[in-house]
Design a protein around this ligand. Structure first.
Ligand code: 5GP
Ligand code: ZN
Length: 112
C-alpha cells in the first residue's frame, strides 16, 4: 500500500525506533507515547485491521501477540503492561495497518 504510513516504516522510507524485527513482524516505539513505554507491533505485510484478518492470519496474529510480553519485559515493564488493538473508525483506529499497542509504566492514559 503506497500511501500507508506503516508500510513506509516497514520499507524504511519513514524512520522509526525499531525494537524488534523478523521476517513477518516489526515493532517500534510509538511516535506519541501515552505511557513511559509504548511500542507498536505490526505485520510487515499490509493488513488494514483486525477486522480484515482471515484464518490465514492465525499464525501471524499469534506471533504478534506472543511478542507483546517479550517486548514489555525487554522494555522494563516487569509489573505488567496493557495491550490495545483499535479496530475501525468506531474503534478509534487512525492508522489502517494492523497494529498492537503495548504500553505501560508511568501513568498511562486509559483509552477506551
Ligand atoms: P491507532 O489509533 O490507529 O490505534 O494508533 C496509531 C498509532 O500510530 C498512534 O498511537 C500514533 O501515535 C502512531 N503513529 C502514527 N504515525 C506514526 C509514525 O509515523 N511513527 C510512529 N512511530 N508512530 C506513529
Ligand atoms: Zn500498510
Amino acid at each position: 500500500m503506497s500511501d500507508c504510513i506503516f508500510c513506509k516504516i516497514v520499507a524504511g522510507e519513514i524512520p522509526s525506533a525499531r525494537v524488534y524485527e523478523d521476517d513477518e513482524v516489526l515493532a517500534f516505539h510509538d511516535i506519541h507515547p501515552f505511557a513511559r513505554v509504548h511500542v507498536l507491533i505490526i505485520p510487515k505485510a499490509h493488513v488494514a485491521s483486525l477486522a480484515d484478518c482471515a484464518p490465514d492470519h492465525q499464525a501471524l496474529l499469534g506471533r504478534m501477540l506472543l511478542l507483546a510480553p517479550r517486548l514489555a519485559k525487554e522494555q522494563g515493564l516487569d509489573a505488567g503492561f496493557k495491550t490495545l488493538v483499535n479496530t475501525g473508525r468506531g474503534g478509534g483506529q487512525e492508522v489502517f495497518h494492523l497494529h498492537i499497542h503495548v504500553f505501560g509504566g508511568g501513568d498511562p492514559v486509559r483509552r477506551t
